[in-house]
Design a protein around this ligand. Structure first.
Ligand SMILES: [Cu+2]
Length: 222
């Protein structure tokens, strides 16, 4: 059953100007604790124009059997680079989050292990479709990463304290969406009235799973 967000909207008194605003969103897990690595996206309300996106080209590394960072946020059209810092091979496979388990992949390639003193083997891919992409490795099932491909320039993940701050947001009605890798259902978008200083608390039903500990010995081959 889809539970609507309960929204506590607190609008601080600010100068009544038409300037861009800062929106601070705090996302909470099911048990009320801060929820890190949740992606917060603000989109113009229906009928409003979406501004042009500035593509980025971040690098996601594979190190000690993990993707770093575990969650990335990029605008649609960004070219994401991958680098394998481990001394053994990894795959980079990616596909729409939620469909990966059924074997649906959008891309995949293998990166050789890094040789001491040499640049790490790398590859890159352009992500031109909006939505969450799940990353994995065929060789190591515990490796998991995510890239949220945003259709909006206002998208950022929450910090360790569950806070996402979005800057330069135009004032007025905006649609706010929250996504998390461990969510079991899509969260319904909510509408917020952005003013000079806007803070929003978003409770969710997400209970993040504990990071799986991988036995790791430096120098081992996998
Ligand atoms: Cu691997």
């Amino acid at each position: 059953m889809r539970k609507p967000f309960l929204v506590a909207l607190c609008l601080a008194a600010g100068l009544q100007t038409a300037q861009a605003a800062s929106v601070q969103v705090t996302v909470l897990a099911r048990d009320g604790t801060p929820l890190p690595d949740a992606v917060v996206v603000l989109e113009p309300a229906a009928g409003q124009a979406m501004p042009a996106l500035q593509a980025t080209s971040p690098t996601i590394t594979q190190e000690k059997m993990q993707f770093h960072p575990a969650v990335s946020v990029v605008p649609v059209g960004s070219r994401v680079k991958f680098a394998n810092l481990d001394r053994w091979d990894h795959h980079v496979r990616g596909g729409p989050a939620g469909l990966v388990a059924s074997g649906t992949y959008g891309f995949e390639f293998r990166l050789a292990g890094r040789e001491p003193g040499k640049n790490p083997p790398g590859g890159e891919v352009t992500l031109d479709k909006a939505g969450p992409v799940q990353l994995g490795c065929h060789l190591h099932g515990s490796m998991r990463g995510f890239v949220y491909v945003s259709p909006s320039p206002w998208a950022v993940k929450t910090s360790d304290t569950g806070v996402a701050t979005l800057a330069e947001v135009p004032e007025g009605a905006m649609s706010l969406r929250v996504w998390h890798p461990d969510q079991l259902i899509d969260q319904a978008a909510i509408t917020v009235q952005v003013q000079a200083v806007t803070t929003v608390n978003v409770p969710t039903q997400v209970q993040p799973r504990k990071a799986r500990r991988v036995q790791f010995e430096s120098g081992s081959t996998y």
